[in-house]
Design a protein. Structure first.
Length: 223
């Protein structure tokens, strides 16, 4: 093998390594506002760190809440993630959706218009949310530098491939770009179990969405 061949092989390996993105599997969880935190855990209460997450400033808290659906079904000990937000939001899987008797849509975080509500139960009280329950749209966090190297942009829709015996291709994956982000793909437990992927395993972007294709759920995201 010539020196040129070795350089070419090493370059290809570096490019492949660059394109690989670690997976972060999101179990059901809640984000709380200051107002709801006060009701659930006591006025002036604060979240306590249990585990730092890959995204800077984000963490899993010691605190948990129970979710009570309209059919009175309960999912207990749902982890709260910090820091606090302007509006409370609950992210569940489709399996949880059925269990709780909800009809939560697949949504980008923070897009809560038209979403169902739920009752949150904490040690000091309960809160009935009028809206805020979603199934999170699978997405990839990238820094601006990573996005440029991968030639993708914020809110672009791509397809992603996983490895392994149950490897699959996830379509309709949203790219989110910010210098506050570390590279990571977020999927929920249902999605992870379907393809047999574990936390921190690597995936890669295999192709971009055709500009002529729009699924029904994406129509409201054009602007």
């Amino acid at each position: 093998m010539t020196q040129l061949d070795l350089i070419t092989k090493a370059t290809i390996k570096c490019l492949k390594d660059l394109c690989c993105i670690p997976v972060g599997i999101s179990n059901r969880h809640a984000h709380l506002s200051r107002k709801d935190m006060d009701i659930l855990f006591g006025k002036g209460s604060e979240l306590h760190l249990k585990k730092e997450l890959r995204q800077p400033g984000q963490f899993a808290a010691v605190e948990t809440v129970n979710l009570r659906g309209p059919s009175n079904a309960v999912v207990e000990r749902v982890r709260v993630l910090g820091p606090l937000r302007q509006e409370s939001q609950v992210e569940i899987s489709r399996t949880d959706n059925y269990q709780l008797g909800l009809s939560a849509p697949v949504r980008e975080s923070g897009r809560l218009e038209g979403t169902p509500g739920i009752v949150l139960e904490g040690p000091f009280g309960s809160v009935e949310l009028a809206r805020g329950v979603i199934i999170a749209w699978r997405h990839i966090h990238l820094s601006e530098i990573s996005a440029k190297l991968l030639q993708v942009h914020d809110r672009e829709i791509v397809s992603v491939e996983t490895a392994g015996m149950r490897g699959c291709v996830f379509k309709n994956v949203m790219i989110r770009v910010s210098n506050q982000f570390e590279p990571e793909m977020h999927i929920d437990m249902d999605e992870a179990n379907a393809c047999g992927v574990n936390n921190n395993e690597l995936i890669w972007i295999c192709n971009k969405l055709s500009p002529h294709y729009k699924c029904k759920e994406m129509e409201s995201y054009d602007n």
